[in-house]
Design a protein around this ligand. Sequence first.
Ligand SMILES: [Zn+2]
Length: 314
Amino acid sequence: MFQENGYSTKAMTCPRVRRIFALFSILTLFVVCFPWKSPAQIRKTCPGGVTLKVSAGVIPQGALVIAEVLGPKTASNVTSEWDGRPVSLWHEQRWAGLRGLIGIDLEKAPGRYEWKVSWPGPAGQAESCSVPITVRAGKFPIERLKVDPQFVQPNPEQEKRAEEDQKKMKAIYNTVTPEALWDGEFRMPLKVITSAGNFGRRRVLNGEARSPHGGVDLSAKAGTPVYSSQAGKVVLAENLYYSGNTVVIDHGYGIFTLYAHLSEIGVQAGEMVKSWEEIGKVGATGRVTGPHLHWGLTIDHARVNAMDIERLQP
Ligand SMILES: [Zn+2]
């Protein structure tokens, strides 16, 4: 009989080895039949053949959730809301259902919020179904600085300008275009991404907390071309006090991207831009210490990490 290293093949058939083989086979069968699913994803079957799906049931501040409705027969009458605010839903090409994006603002209070979807039933009665989304505290860097107040306190004139800028931005984000101006995948705004940081950073100046950093800072040399992440309408192209030369693009359904501290702006407000069209160049305008691109993503006023935008692929 075949022998190797002094062991008889009989050893292969001893009860202990057989038990191990049996256990291994059961485990393999289990993994094949029940593939590991991300525990974060939630899928709920609702009345009327409707299924709700969210990419994450527990999500940190500053992230985004992809919400999907599958199977409703009267898709055009489906509405949804999250924490009392409407969540737009749209049809994706090559895809049978509806999809929406829920942006979790980086300062959203942690807790459980329902995503509620409503649609008319066969007899015209209102049907609804909901899925909970739990927000947990995000992990953001905190920077404590002690500096001479005269360097951090803008003078009254600068303060007035910054306030006007803020009002302007609020008005822009309040204006929701009820259609998708984008087509296809969202892309990074630079050809090469070497580092992306500072999203949500809390800065404490002389013990006083300042508003958190709402975008992501991408390293790049001054003069590097900046591209629109996707197609849309330029809704702002001007110099602002803090963010310097700034471009904001409306992509529709309350989704906006922002590009700040540009050395040059290559587009005008009101203009339609294509996906990945050059819109300006990296610079150091506004209140910055060096050239970089500050890139922001806002979804229904929620400031989310723009680096997550690639997750919006169909
Ligand atoms: Zn920045």
